[in-house]
Design a protein around this ligand. Structure first.
Ligand SMILES: CC(=O)N[C@H]1[C@@H](OP(=O)(O)OP(=O)(O)OC[C@H]2O[C@@H](n3ccc(=O)[nH]c3=O)[C@H](O)[C@@H]2O)O[C@H](CO)[C@@H](O)[C@@H]1O[C@H](C)C(=O)N[C@@H](C)C(=O)N[C@H](CCC(=O)O)C(=O)O
Ligand SMILES: Nc1ncnc2c1ncn2[C@@H]1O[C@H](COP(=O)(O)OP(=O)(O)OP(=O)(O)O)[C@@H](O)[C@H]1O
Ligand SMILES: N[C@H](CCC[C@H](N)C(=O)O)C(=O)O
Ligand SMILES: [Mg+2]
Length: 486
């Protein structure tokens, strides 16, 4: 696309140096610039991208978008907010793909990955071409691309939407993290459906207070119904979470609800949790259906209700959808059992927030016959407030808590553990900084019939210590420890 055509997306700008080069890519990282790219100087959380303008030019950028003065000799467009310009130009550059796709955004503290996976599975079972963007990558048909963020940067979103659309996708379901909503990574995405899962403590390092965290998530719902695309706009809200009432009043879209405790458009009753699944009765309108699924726990029922409600908007047959849900074995790293023939149970789960940890342990307690052993850590360079709370939950809700490291990142692992320990008074627990040793200890301590929960890293196949990513997979570690014990 010609530079001048890219600029049609912007209402106001000031141009320094004329020129209308052909633009073949949009880039925000100077290290990734190739000849022919349009470079955006973004003010980040850590550094100011304007500092890399010269490097971007040297690497072949043919034009640049900036908000502060830059010393280069290529055409520069000055705008008030380069990140917003990135959103608008990338939407234009890739041909407004979200307007032609049925876009479903999922926000909330816990359950986003699970719900996006459920929706893609339900829609694929119904013969629809559905793409997915989220924590575990970008998935469309047989292609699975890794991503750095749960919600990628805005130009990568539009790029991948355009690619999926060109390959025949009609629908895309996307996790929209609060960080991404706050940073404007989904600007210009024309959502048809917004799903809210729940709001509990996490990410207060970025948002400061729970109120601001709640408002960051509300951006998905205020964006719904005000956008360009055609088609119905629906907010799918969790009737049992008080934040839904706030979102209901913030959206111009139609509202649909799901829940367990309160009346809702999609409601579950008579929930029975088994060691290998969950049964419940689904009521919607005057119809009711019995569901017997392999996913475990009350929280899984919420996720299924949200997915069914959202897919019903596209007119899918409920009995067919339920059949698809019943066939789903589970989501990688979410309540995933590790079975190496041992006489105790090992479950790997991505519970890295207080609420998800509590849910996981409460769910296990429903069917535990013997002791629960919990291996729990907290990530470094992330919210610190949740550390003592998670440690307290681990100790109170298990019979043996093994506190260890998650991804320490650039923090001192021992200091993270001390912050966790501040939440525990007078209880006994084991502290083992090295996660491999902690998993080994839990496995060696297990007796017949016990259940070990290894929480926090789920599907992750790495551990970040300092700035280095080492291969590390809780499932492999648990299996190795079980085999070694035998
Ligand atoms: C703290 C945070 O949100 N960081 C995100 C942010 O990066 P940043 O603001 O730190 O960028 P920066 O390092 O300050 O750099 C500023 C600019 O200079 C550029 N630069 C930098 C160096 C250089 O040599 N050349 C150069 O051009 C950078 O490319 C960037 O454009 O913008 C980047 C591009 O979108 C993101 O990849 C990055 O996510 C990091 C990896 C991250 O860990 N984010 C987490 C907190 C996050 O967003 N998590 C949520 C999920 C949470 C959940 O699901 O619960 C997510 O959506 O992933
Ligand atoms: N609806 C729910 N309510 C509470 N906890 C849940 C719910 N769904 C899943 N969980 C718990 O949260 C963990 C993470 O689930 P999932 O990956 O689906 O959430 P997410 O919102 O995508 O998380 P992230 O913010 O890391 O992307 C699961 O392993 C499970 O323990
Ligand atoms: N999306 C979350 C994932 C946290 C996973 C946990 N293992 C950790 O590293 O804290 C985040 O980036 O905050
Ligand atoms: Mg996720």
């Amino acid at each position: 696309m010609k530079f001048a055509d890219c600029l049609k997306a912007l209402a106001f700008f000031r141009q320094e140096r004329t020129g209308n080069p052909e633009i073949n890519d949009l880039v925000i990282d100077s290290r990734l610039v190739k000849p022919g790219t349009l470079f955006f100087c973004i003010k980040g959380h850590h550094v100011d991208g304007h500092l890399f303008a010269a490097q971007a030019e040297k690497n072949g950028a043919v034009a640049m978008i900036a908000q502060d003065p830059v010393d280069v000799s290529i055409p520069v467009i000055y705008v008030n907010d380069t990140h917003k310009a990135l959103a608008m130009i990338s939407d234009q550059f890739y041909g407004h793909p979200s307007r032609d796709l049925h876009m479903i955004g999922v926000t909330g503290t816990n359950g986003k990955t699970t719900i996006t996976y459920l929706i893609q599975s339900i829609q694929e079972a119904a013969g629809m071409n559905t793409g997915l963007i989220g924590t575990m990558g970008i998935r469309y048909k047989d292609e699975w691309l890794p991503v750095e963020n749960t919600t990628p940067e805005v130009h990568l979103i539009h790029k991948n939407l355009a690619k999926m659309k060109a390959q025949g996708a009609v629908s895309v379901v996307m996790e929209t993290s609060s960080n991404a909503l706050y940073d404007g990574r989904v600007h210009g995405c024309d959502f048809n459906v917004g799903i809210f899962t729940n709001l509990t403590e996490d990410h207060l390092d970025l948002h400061g207070t729970m109120k601001d965290y709640m408002y960051a998530k509300s951006l998905l719902f205020s964006q719904l119904g005000n956008s360009y695309g055609s088609g119905k706009k629906v907010a799918v809200l969790n009737a049992d979470d008080p934040a839904s009432e706030v979102y209901r009043h913030m959206t111009a879209a139609q509202v649909m609800t799901y829940g367990i405790d309160k009346g809702a458009d999609f409601r579950a009753k008579s929930i029975q949790i088994r060691p290998a699944g969950t049964d419940f009765i689904l009521e919607t309108g005057s119809r009711s259906y019995s569901v017997s699924m392999k996913l475990i726990g009350k929280f899984s029922v919420y996720n299924v209700l949200a997915a069914l409600a959202a897919c019903s908007i596209q007119g899918l047959d409920l009995a067919g959808m339920i059949h698809a849900v019943e066939r789903i074995k589970g989501v990688s790293g979410r309540f995933e059992p590790v079975d190496a023939g041992q006489d105790f149970t090992v479950i790997v789960d991505y519970s890295h927030t207080p609420d998800s940890l509590e849910n996981a342990l409460d769910t296990i307690r429903e069917f535990a016959q013997k002791r629960i052993i919990a291996v729990v850590g907290c990530g470094g360079d992330r919210e610190r407030g949740k550390r003592p709370i998670m440690a307290r939950i681990a100790v109170n809700k298990s019979d043996l808590a093994v506190l260890t490291s998650d991804n320490p990142r650039t923090e001192d692992p021992a200091a993270i553990l001390e912050e966790m320990e501040a939440g525990i008074q007078g209880s006994t627990y084991k502290k083992i900084i090295n996660r491999r040793d902690a998993i080994k200890y839990a496995v060696e301590s297990a007796e017949s019939g016990d259940i070990i929960l290894i929480a926090g890293k789920g599907h992750e196949d790495y551990q970040i210590i300092g700035t280095t990513k080492y291969h590390f997979d809780d499932r492999e570690e648990a299996r190795a420890a079980i085999l070694e014990r035998e």
